[in-house]
Design a protein around this ligand. Sequence first.
Ligand code: F6P
Length: 343
Amino acid sequence: MRIGVLTGGGDCPGLNAVIRAVVRRAEVGFGDELVGIADGWRGLLEGRTLPLDVERCRGILPRGGTILGTSRTNPYAAPDGPARVLATAAELGLDAIVAIGGEDTLGVAHRLAAEGLAVVGVPKTIDNDLAGTELTFGFHTAVQTATEAIDRLHTTAESHDRVIVCEVMGRHAGWIATYAGIAGGATAILVPEEPFDLDEVCEVLRVRHAKGRYASIVVVAEGAVPKEGTLTLAAAELDAFGHPRLGGIAAVLAPEIERRTGIETRMTILGHIQRGGSPTAFDRVLATRFGVAAAEAVHEGAFDQMVALRAGQIVRVPLAEALAAPKHLDPELLHGVADWFRG
Ligand code: F6P
């Protein structure tokens, strides 16, 4: 077979590990020919490809980013976009495409599958907000990076008896915030799933600091929202898929916490630091398992599906099921676990 491979959406540690695994399983195991598609769906709109074979994949397993490039291009944003993608895939002689991406990239894959494209998905995102799979690759690495940052913030906050607000990514899900907050011993964790009242957070900080010389770390997810009428945040711009570009809530919270509590407060926005760098061993293994399974799914004609992790096993899930609703944070993690360490 001739298989195209693309990576779409925000980059993510482990993308190269997936690419390498798809290529190895397909080329060595099935004798396939691989075609790298440049910059996600944009490559199929513009007919841009890259050579892709086992040799080209040497040394990429530990490397962050994606050798294929990525973009947030939405072919459905232009009236002739989907037809152009299908025409390019036909011109390139592709029998199937492995699309590695999150909700947006796989959403496009699902729509194109309905128009006849033979596509298998691989679930990627540091946000871990894609349903159908217990984990997406990249999440573990982002949590590790955020936890290490929180550990560092702790020592400087302790030296100055300060509050430090640490903003993490995650879009509209609080997975990174909650995992990193628990792992990093945060005093408060603010997530998009549960609007927060800053007065309540300030009260926790006041009580804690009144007890002695304590540093406090407040972890806030970029998509966290205040309870109505308690705090005003600026409206965000939208991307090609209509999602708001998040980031910056910590810059609003830090001065407000300082004003309301009188405790010196600083903030750090981790931003793309969480997306860069080498994947953890866990993500390398998960990405490799996903890549092998995706090549096998192509050969079994399991199109319009994605590979997924469930109860430790790699399974296949219809894209329609994975895309039906985002996977929000398990409240048990926040209230059954993190709450015991609040304050
Ligand atoms: O979806 C991954 C993610 O890193 C989100 O956590 C974040 O909101 C967004 O992408 C940032 O996107 P960009 O790299 O386009 O600024």
